[in-house]
Design a binder for this molecule. Structure first.
Ligand SMILES: [Mg+2]
Ligand SMILES: [Zn+2]
Length: 195
């Protein structure tokens, strides 16, 4: 039997500083918030189409979270298909639309690198999760939910211990904790997890 190691006295002290019940939500963008077309990069907001299930359900779940982030791979920038400024303009307009709903996006993290660059931020690597944790130290990955539509998203969430939900599943195999068709199914899972 292993001997119990002493607990660090700072743990208790730190936990008092944590806001209570602060769950975090990490959302992929394409295929989750917006319609996704394979190989198409949205460089103009007129081509950005919100998903109806997202718009219907986000206002109901957003108020349950302390923090909400978008984590998105946008290698179209690295490929030279759009500029970082164009991407940021799309994101600013997206956030302006979302923030009139109850609940808001705290920050968007984008990996603009190519797959070959082997950066630390391209999902499924966890770099963007650590960037968020660095910006918002109260984030607890054990109390975080990742919603994505690809294996890369699920791998990203799992690598830091988040609960993972695959949306837009087509009954394919997944390592995600939950696999659903759309946000209408997500609402009750989230309410159960955060109870
Ligand atoms: Mg996606
Ligand atoms: Zn990157």
């Amino acid at each position: 039997m292993r001997e119990k190691t002493s607990t660090a006295c700072t743990n208790e002290f730190l936990s008092n500083q944590q806001p209570r019940n602060q769950w975090s939500l990490f959302l992929d963008r394409d295929g989750v918030i917006s319609e996704s077309i394979a190989g198409v990069y949205v460089k103009d907001f007129k081509d950005f189409k919100f998903k109806k299930d997202f718009l219907d359900i986000f206002p109901k779940i957003a108020p349950l979270f302390g923090y909400i982030f978008v984590v998105t791979n946008q290698s179209g920038v690295g490929k030279g298909l759009m500029t970082l400024q164009e991407l940021e303009t799309v994101h600013n307009k997206m956030v302006n639309k979302i923030n009139v709903l109850p609940g808001k996006i705290d920050k968007i993290y984008s990996c603009i690198h190519l797959k070959d660059e082997n950066c630390l931020c391209r999902k499924p690597r966890p770099g963007m999760a650590y960037m968020a944790k660095n910006d918002f130290p109260h984030i607890d990955f054990e109390k975080a939910i990742l919603i994505g539509d690809s294996d890369g998203d699920i791998g990203f969430g799992k690598s830091v211990g988040m609960k993972t939900i695959l949306v837009n599943n087509d009954n394919r195999h997944t390592d995600a904790d939950y696999s659903v068709k759309d946000f209408y199914e997500i609402e009750k899972i989230i309410k159960r997890l955060l109870k």
